[in-house]
Design a protein around this ligand. Structure first.
Ligand SMILES: Nc1ncnc2c1ncn2[C@@H]1O[C@H](COP(=O)(O)OP(=O)(O)O)[C@@H](O)[C@H]1O
Ligand SMILES: [Mg+2]
Length: 274
């Protein structure tokens, strides 16, 4: 199932074309085909093991494919320009003796490792990014002394400071309480619009993302369906994707996706969406 670029003249930034990936002799992504336009906010939604991390690594050029191609800004892999990446489950030890602002400044050289230049432009950009992530008050704090959620935001700042055109975030909402989930999404939405950076955020729950997403890439068993929430979160589309019957229920303003067993439309809830 493919996905056309957004209307409104937005230029294509990412094209994942008929990609297949095998890991340990097993095909974990197949016929994956979608596009992402510049500046759009995309949710990559799927349950554990559906292939979200693998797909993000493919877009980054870190994961080899067995078929298909991936173009970022019209070129293959990372050569399409810096991509900001916030991996899943990164935690700094309590005693890591690095200041937040210094760590974020290290992201200035984009994908290259090394000491950031300590000029005024860098300092201003670091302050700007920390403020946009509501981290200004933490600039002088020790990285290791922050909470897990705060550390993750610092990683977002590190990924954004070099002004990437694409920001990939792997399950940044996992392990956050609900108010923090909404706060984080609101912050990322503002950054997406203000900086014109395309944001691709993986999650296993679509519900809190619906108000901000331009489009969804829904992934199940290594295959994707892409479109607006209304286009994709429908029984006929998700049933085709899962390969068996799926219901989509609207309950008190939330959408509940109920996956049936193969050959058995009897239900048990698998994914809750709004
Ligand atoms: N290095 C690996 N070798 C073999 N199988 C892997 C490897 N990494 C991931 N997988 C498998 O690929 C599938 C997709 O994994 P992953 O992309 O991590 O899913 P998600 O991020 O959605 O939880 C899973 O079935 C997982 O077990
Ligand atoms: Mg994952």
């Amino acid at each position: 199932m493919g996905c056309e670029p957004l209307a409104g003249g937005r230029r294509e930034l990412v094209h994942v074309h008929e990609v297949e990936v095998s890991l340990g002799g097993r095909t974990v992504l197949r016929d994956v085909d979608f596009r992402i336009a510049e500046g759009e906010f995309v949710g990559l939604i799927g349950t554990n093991g559906s292939g979200k991390t693998t797909l993000l690594r493919v877009v980054l050029g870190l994961q080899a494919t067995t078929a298909g191609e991936v173009l970022v800004a019209g070129r293959e892999g990372r050569r399409g320009g810096p991509i900001g990446y916030v991996p899943q489950r990164v935690a700094f030890d309590h005693d890591v003796p690095v200041r937040v602002a210094d760590f974020v400044a290290l992201g200035v050289d984009g994908t290259r490792l090394g000491l950031a230049r300590r000029d005024r432009g860098v300092h201003e950009r670091v302050e700007e990014v920390l403020a946009s992530l509501e981290l200004g008050a933490l600039a002088g704090r020790r990285l290791g002394a922050l909470s897990g959620g705060e550390q993750q935001r610092v990683l977002m700042a590190h990924a954004l400071v070099s002004r990437p055109r694409l920001l990939l975030l792997d399950e940044p909402l996992a392990n956050l309480d609900l108010p923090r989930v909404h706060e984080t999404i609101a912050v990322l939405d503002r950054i997406c619009r203000a900086e014109g950076v395309a944001v691709v955020l993986s999650a296993h729950e679509i519900s809190p993302l619906v108000p901000v997403m331009d489009r969804v890439v829904y992934i199940a068993h290594g295959r994707v369906a892409c479109g607006t929430t209304d286009e994709v979160v429908r029984p006929e589309v998700l049933s085709a994707l899962y390969g068996h019957h799926v219901d989509v229920l609207n309950v008190h303003g939330r959408v509940v996706v109920v996956e049936g067993e193969p050959g058995d439309p009897g239900t048990h809830p698998e994914v809750v969406v709004r």
